[in-house]
Design a protein around this ligand. Structure first.
Ligand SMILES: Cc1cc2nc3c(=O)[nH]c(=O)nc-3n(C[C@H](O)[C@H](O)[C@H](O)COP(=O)(O)OP(=O)(O)OC[C@H]3O[C@@H](n4cnc5c(N)ncnc54)[C@H](O)[C@@H]3O)c2cc1C
Ligand code: SF4
Length: 280
């Protein structure tokens, strides 16, 4: 077995190493053999932290965000409802946006379409024909994984933008639905770091989440809604391989045999979110 090197980043040029911030995702993935890395680089010294008006450092923890009045309500609530207090104290917003799927087949290293082994990617989605109660109801043809980030849905609804070590982009452009030709679920390039976010203040916003238990659970369905300049954007977590901008109706979903209940949950939460925004 090769040795794993850990070093501190001295600049945002990390030269092919795997970035590590709070480690709440990196460490379990390494331990499970799902992440292969020769060098880990601790980026806490080079990624901005803190919150200043609409600017949020990618190193800010979910615990800081959930209680800062400068942060829009939808993002505060998405952070408050994520994970556990211990994880929110360690976990950064940058790391949250880049967390891997919770698909149980992927986490158990089944050779599926998103799992790269020494022989390349697999050619089956085991969830589609197998256990998919918690999987996607939109864009689930190639891979039915459900995006686990509450935070990403809130940021997308709020129209946030990212500054990386190489460019600026809307949060929406960070994500991509995986395809046969390109299995990635984000557009971040190797070595590219997320440094900062700009989160415009909306007129109103809200985040609602259905989960298996009242805390420490990923979203069965999360609904972020934000109104800015009279326009309402609704984004769903836990329903597609990426945070899902609802452009049509929830009834456009294509559920699998055992997750059609998610359509009802999403419909109810979207209606509640709209009512809450209208009520002010
Ligand atoms: C048990 C459990 C329950 C959870 N529940 C929820 C939940 O309900 N809702 C939810 O939204 N999330 C949930 N999470 C996810 C949690 O919020 C993330 O694990 C955490 O925010 C990741 O932050 P980190 O700093 O620890 O990331 P790390 O583990 O350090 O990194 C995560 C990934 O991002 C990369 N990375 C980190 N920072 C940067 C950066 N600035 N630029 C580029 N790449 C970077 C790393 O290389 C790695 O690929 C849960 C996690 C666990 C373990
Ligand atoms: S849902 Fe995606 S990650 Fe899960 S088994 Fe299917 S292809 Fe793999």
């Amino acid at each position: 077995m090769s040795r794993l090197e850990l070093r501190w980043a001295s600049s945002t040029d990390i030269d092919g190493a795997t970035p590590l911030h709070g480690g709440t995702e990196v460490v379990p993935l390494l331990r499970a053999g799902l992440l292969q890395a020769e060098t880990l680089v601790d980026i806490r010294g080079v990624v901005p932290c803190g919150i200043d008006g609409t600017r949020i450092g990618a190193g800010a923890t979910l615990a800081e965000l959930e209680c800062d009045p400068q942060v829009p309500a939808a993002l505060r609530e998405a952070c408050r409802l994520a994970a556990s207090p211990q994880l929110r104290n360690m976990g950064s917003i940058g790391g949250n946006l880049l967390q891997a799927t919770r698909c149980w087949y992927w986490r158990l290293a089944w050779p599926c379409r998103l799992n790269r082994t020494s022989e390349g990617y697999g050619d089956a989605c085991f969830a589609r024909d197998g256990e998919h109660r918690e999987h996607a109801i939109f864009a689930n043809d190639f891979c039915a994984s459900a995006h686990p980030s509450d935070v990403a849905a809130a940021l997308l609804a709020l129209g946030a933008t990212l500054r990386t070590s190489r460019r600026e982009l809307p949060v929406a452009d960070l994500y991509r639905v995986p395809t046969e030709d390109d299995r990635r679920t984000t557009t971040l390039e190797p070595g590219e770091l997320i440094l900062e976010l700009d989160v415009p203040e909306p007129e109103r916003s809200i985040y609602l989440k259905a989960m298996e238990r009242k805390q420490w659970a990923f979203p069965i369905v999360g609904v972020a809604a934000a109104r800015s300049a009279g326009v309402t954007r609704i984004v769903l977590a836990g329903v597609a391989p990426v945070p899902w901008l609802l452009e049509g109706s929830v009834d456009d979903a294509t559920p699998l045999p055992r997750n059609a209940y998610k359509v009802d949950v999403a419909r109810a939460l979207v209606e509640r979110a709209r009512t809450a925004l209208d009520a002010g």
